[in-house]
Design a protein around this ligand. Structure first.
Ligand code: CTP
Length: 393
């Protein structure tokens, strides 16, 4: 590759790759070497570029932590880049939150479209949560700057113009619309598309399948019911992820890196009023968001205690929780009202906890005592702290 024409071709390719949001580090190497390439270096670079091209063609991932390098070099010239991501976000889970986290890294201002009930019904079937409920969960996500409601399933250039966005983002799975087309194909062809990595091992389909099985177990005639329950017990023991998540989800293992990506790093200030609320937070839903929002309003820093699968199972019943502790922790960390979580919090809240965590307010949560009379609830869920700390919401 020693002619000017080749160098020109390569530089064009690099620009093209840059637009596709490819591995920045590699692009940096490529750009810095363009003017001083030796034959070996150029061959190496070419082969790396080919490798990346293959990745694009296979619809493979881009770097998770992609940022636009030219803007970093000159922050003063930086324009606010608005990006558009969308989805159904039904039975919102840690995979959805991770998609919003990654999308937020690809732009400065993240607009998240929530597809309308009608559009989803046409393309995938009916949703479990209605549009406004799905939007409430997306709006509560700390990586989302703006929510667009009732959006089309297949975004177009008009969609991007409507929300003043430069490009559309989607996971590296293909979503098919009612005409059998990949929803991203049009914007990909227009050069207005960026890809992020889909999170394996968590999906709405899995959660919905678990709910259907529970529904069946609860509504079948007695004889069938016993059989289904024993089937479920067998499934749970042999393939835990298919049913109760009362065990580890083998396709979505807890890693400290993922938790760190989701966690806030801000310590509470000396003067901050710390609020504590605990529960299971299975199937993260609008009611949870509302209680978290109200709890946060009682102080400056909200710590959420999340009960582990065994503890939650004791009060939610034999089929629950549907999501593992790890999945539930991530959903809570993605919520803009939550400052920190206790992973596997104790069921009993004690004076020691109050002191160690400098808690000023304990919010009484009813998740574990739903349907119980007051006395029964008090005995079941002990708050071994003086009443002055307790707040009911
Ligand atoms: N997504 C993801 N990881 C998952 C699930 C979804 O990154 N485990 C991403 C999708 O790639 C898409 C966005 O989240 O960019 C919204 O997905 P959505 O339309 O809600 O539906 P699905 O892709 O069908 O996800 P699920 O199977 O969980 O419904």
């Amino acid at each position: 590759m020693d002619t000017l024409e080749d160098l020109y071709k390569l530089s064009k390719l690099l620009v093209q790759l840059n637009k596709s949001g490819l591995d920045v580090e590699l692009l940096q190497i490529g750009k810095s070497q363009l003017s001083t390439l030796s034959i070996e270096e150029s061959q190496l670079l070419e082969s790396e570029v080919e490798h990346i091209k293959d990745k694009i063609n296979e619809h493979k991932l881009i770097s998770e932590d992609y940022t636009t390098s030219s803007d970093e070099a000159n922050p003063a010239s930086k324009q606010v880049v608005r990006g558009y991501v969308d989805g159904c976000y039904d039975l919102m889970h840690a995979g959805h939150y991770n998609s919003l986290r990654q999308a937020s890294k690809l732009c400065d201002h993240l607009v998240s479209g929530v597809n309308s009930d009608n559009e989803i019904e046409k393309c995938k079937g009916p949703t479990i949560f209605k549009g406004d409920e799905r939007a409430a969960l997306v709006r509560a996500c700390k990586w989302v700057d703006e929510v667009a409601c009732d959006t089309e399933y297949t975004p177009t250039e008009e969609t991007l113009d409507r929300y003043n966005c430069a490009f559309f983002m989607h996971g590296d799975d293909v979503s098919i619309n009612e005409n059998g087309e990949d929803i991203a194909s049009r914007l990909r062809r227009a050069g207005k598309f960026k890809l992020f990595k889909r999170t394996r091992g968590v999906s709405t389909t899995d959660l919905a399948a678990k709910l259907i099985k529970i529904h069946d177990a609860l509504t079948l005639a007695e004889g069938d019911k016993d059989k289904l329950e024993s089937d479920i017990a067998t499934i749970s023991a042999s393939e835990p992820k298919k049913f109760s998540s009362f065990h580890v989800n083998p396709d979505f293992l807890a890693s400290a890196r993922r938790i760190a990506q989701f966690a806030n790093t801000k310590d509470p200030e000396e003067t901050d009023k710390i609020v504590y609320l605990d529960g299971c937070f299975d199937l993260f839903r609008p009611g949870h968001v509302e209680i978290l929002r109200e709890a946060k309003q009682l102080g400056d820093y909200l710590i959420v205690g999340i009960h582990d699968d065994e503890v939650s199972n004791q009060y939610l019943g034999k089929f629950y929780p549907l999501s593992t502790l790890h999945e539930r922790v991530l959903s809570l960390l993605a919520c803009r009202y939550v400052d920190d979580v206790i992973i596997g919090a104790p069921f009993k809240i004690t004076e020691n906890m109050i002191r160690d965590l400098s808690i000023s307010v304990v919010v009484k949560s009813f998740e574990s005592t739903k349907g119980m009379h007051t006395e029964e609830a008090e005995a079941f869920k002990p708050y071994e702290v003086s009443d002055q700390f307790i707040k009911l919401i």
